[in-house]
Design a protein around this ligand. Structure first.
Ligand SMILES: O=C1O[C@H](COP(=O)(O)O)[C@@H](O)[C@H](O)[C@H]1O
Length: 221
């Protein structure tokens, strides 16, 4: 069963999202083991990452991965890594050995995706997703072949949203993650939120156990 969405005021989304992620990470490391956190890019997670950097989590035991990346260098304004670096890694002072970056600067995109798959843990503990106005999540776009992938855990894909070339985790990886937070903001996504929560045939709806968190605009309130 899909969890009921959490609706918080737009200004509270950063804090509420950070609280949620921090809670899952603290639980994940409770037995003394390491935890994995996979991050998305896009317009919504920035405030969550900035707040998360202020939370009391045993960060030395958290490894950071990416849900998707655009094929651009890591210092490019469209890089999902750059967002995470500025909002989370730098404020926390995360050492490089805890950051598993998708290498968007690579020319051989398929090889870059295969290489990333080798670094991924078998199961991710915590995943942060976003959702586009077309219902895409990660870089899995509606109607794209990549949605059918069952074997590869990471793919290089061409999508309709610029920049077109992306690297993305596939659905089996997202669906097997222990905890998934989906973040949505803005009335422009209201109709898509309704369709995703109704379980329509859309990428974001295929991660059934995701806990969606949104502002009243996206929730249609
Ligand atoms: O391109 C992307 O889009 C999705 C949704 O982003 P948003 O800007 O519509 O919030 C994001 O989750 C993904 O990581 C990103 O690469």
């Amino acid at each position: 069963m899909r969890p009921a969405p959490i609706v918080v005021e737009k200004e509270e989304l950063g804090r509420a999202g950070a609280d949620w992620v921090a809670r899952q990470l603290v639980e994940a490391v409770a037995g003394g083991q390491r935890a994995s956190l996979a991050l998305s890019g896009g317009s919504t997670p920035g405030p969550v990452y900035r707040e998360l950097a202020k939370r009391d989590v045993p960060w030395a035991r958290v490894d950071f991965y990416f849900v998707d990346e655009r094929f651009v260098p890591p210092d490019h304004p469209e890089s999902n890594y750059l967002l995470a670096e500025e909002a989370l890694f730098k404020p926390l002072g995360v050492p490089p050995q805890q950051i598993f970056r998708m290498q968007g600067e690579r020319a051989d995109r398929e090889q870059a995706a295969r290489d990333y798959a080798r670094h991924l843990p078998p199961v991710l503990d915590v995943v942060v997703l976003g959702m586009g106005e077309d219902g895409h999540t990660a870089s899995l776009f509606p109607g794209h072949e990549a949605l059918k992938e069952q074997q590869q855990r990471v793919l290089a894909v061409v999508g309709p949203k610029p920049p077109p070339w992306r690297m993305t985790l596939t659905l089996p990886v997202l669906r097997s993650a222990r905890k998934v937070l989906g973040l949505v903001s803005g009335a422009g996504k209201r109709d898509m939120v309704r369709r995703v929560l109704a379980g329509e045939d859309l990428p974001a709806a295929k991660v059934e156990h995701a806990q969606w968190m949104m502002d009243p605009g996206a929730a249609g309130q």
